[in-house]
Design a protein around this ligand. Structure first.
Ligand SMILES: Cc1cc2nc3c(=O)[nH]c(=O)nc-3n(C[C@H](O)[C@H](O)[C@H](O)COP(=O)(O)OP(=O)(O)OC[C@H]3O[C@@H](n4cnc5c(N)ncnc54)[C@H](O)[C@@H]3O)c2cc1C
Length: 384
């Protein structure tokens, strides 16, 4: 019998959640992570992530979001950490934009509570936002933000509490099917297990080259500005998170000032300006022209935000061609491994439910959650 039931490769957002769910179900779990616990080298750092339910990307995500919200609440209860802040959220832009029309479609389809605000009402409720006449915003009271580092720390804490063996600074070099399970090699040792769960984030193109999904790794930037006139009107009890699409279809998103008077408020482009990179070659320096481009964009919609730049930090998206996730048994080795990658810049709000799904797939081979959208077979080329 192998020494472990399941090995989890990568203990970032998804892997730490998988390890926690697997260990809580009584599986003997070994977690292997290239870096230390809760690190800034992948995709799960930067202090905040937006969460929302009126999901403009596709209404198919909504049932998963409802479960993710429940599991985030449970995670806070189980670990005593404050992870979520439901400050409300505005999806803004022209009425027919993907952001507004898509959010409205999801809200209507699933009966989610929302308010549709015209430009005047938006300016009155949220004076920092200056939409042009004709722009609208869908307001969702249950939207808000999650703390990514605390989420990862909480899942690592739970996994350990339930007996998982978590090893850091121990990268997986390669793995192969072995008997009924897998054999996994690191510089330190070789391990065997009944099953492998691969959650490699931006390292997917190398570690999952054989699943037939072209995952593109993109360099993205998060900016923290000190609002002109102070952070008062950006306080989380009066400022929502927002995603804002302009007439050309370009989206920015941002947060209230959650780190006190000196911490500024964070803002970023969504899925845009993402230069292709690899974890080894990414340019971690943020350049003046990039800061100027963001400040110029803010002038038209949040003109009081771009005061002094406090900091700017890079992060990697792992983007699939259709921007939907990949979560499934490994197509080439379905009896041996389960994969989770290609979260395309919108995965964090799902971390808890993805952990649950990965535990289902690893232990039972199936899940009650709707995951058809995430099947890697959608990229398989038709037979010649
Ligand atoms: C700038 C930015 C903004 C974002 N904003 C949002 C948002 O507002 N809302 C939202 O829902 N989502 C957002 N996302 C997306 C979300 O953060 C990601 O989808 C999510 O963090 C991906 O988690 P992951 O586990 O796949 O990757 P990671 O958390 O990076 O984990 C992968 C792990 O695998 C490890 N690893 C890799 N190779 C090996 C190996 N060989 N051996 C051992 N370990 C290995 C890595 O070290 C890493 O710890 C954003 C992402 C970025 C970058």
């Amino acid at each position: 019998m192998p020494a472990h039931d399941v090995i989890v490769l990568g203990l970032g957002g998804m892997g730490s959640a998988a390890a926690a769910h697997l260990a809580a179900r009584g599986a003997r779990v070994l977690g292997l992570e290239k870096f230390g616990p809760v690190h800034p080298h992948g995709s799960s750092h930067g202090g905040s992530r937006i969460t929302r339910q009126s999901y403009f990307e596709d209404p198919a995500y909504v049932p998963l979001l409802l479960r993710a919200y429940e599991l985030y609440e449970r995670l806070e209860r189980d670990t005593g950490r404050r992870i979520a802040l439901y400050c409300g959220g505005v999806m803004a832009g022209p009425p027919d934009s993907r952001t507004v029309a898509g959010a409205l479609r999801s809200a209507e389809r699933w009966g989610l509570p929302y308010e549709l605000l015209d430009a005047r009402e938006l300016r009155r409720r949220f004076p920092t936002l200056t939409p042009a006449d004709g722009e609208v915003g869908l307001y969702e009271a249950r939207a808000g933000l999650l703390r990514p580092e605390r989420t990862v720390a909480a899942h690592l804490q739970l996994a350990t509490r339930h007996g998982a063996d978590l090893r850091f600074e121990e990268p997986v070099i390669r793995w192969e099917p072995y008997r009924d399970g897998v054999r996994v090699h690191t510089p330190d040792d070789t391990y065997t297990a009944g099953h492998l769960v691969v959650c490699p984030g931006a390292w997917a193109p190398r570690l999952l080259a054989d699943i037939g999904v072209p995952v593109r790794i993109e360099r993205q930037i998060m900016y923290w500005f000190q609002p002109r006139g102070g952070t008062g009107s950006y306080a989380p009890d009066r400022h929502p998170v927002y995603i804002w699409e302009d007439a050309a279809g370009s989206q920015i998103y941002g947060f209230p000032a959650i780190d006190g008077p000196g911490g500024g408020a964070k803002v970023a482009f969504f899925r845009e300006h993402g230069a292709p990179c690899t974890p080894e070659t990414i340019d971690r320096t943020v350049h003046d022209h990039e800061v100027r481009a963001m400040a110029a964009r803010l002038d038209s919609c949040l003109p009081t935000l771009p005061g002094a730049l406090i900091k700017a930090v890079t992060c990697m998206y792992s983007t699939t061609p259709d921007e939907h996730f990949v979560i499934a048994r490994h197509p080439a080795h379905p009896g041996h491994a389960t994969v989770a990658c290609g979260f395309s810049g919108h995965g964090f709000k799902f971390v808890t439910v993805v952990g649950e799904i990965l535990a289902d797939l690893a232990l039972d081979g199936t899940t009650r959650h709707p995951v058809a959208l995430f099947d890697p077979a959608r990229f398989a080329s038709p037979p010649a």
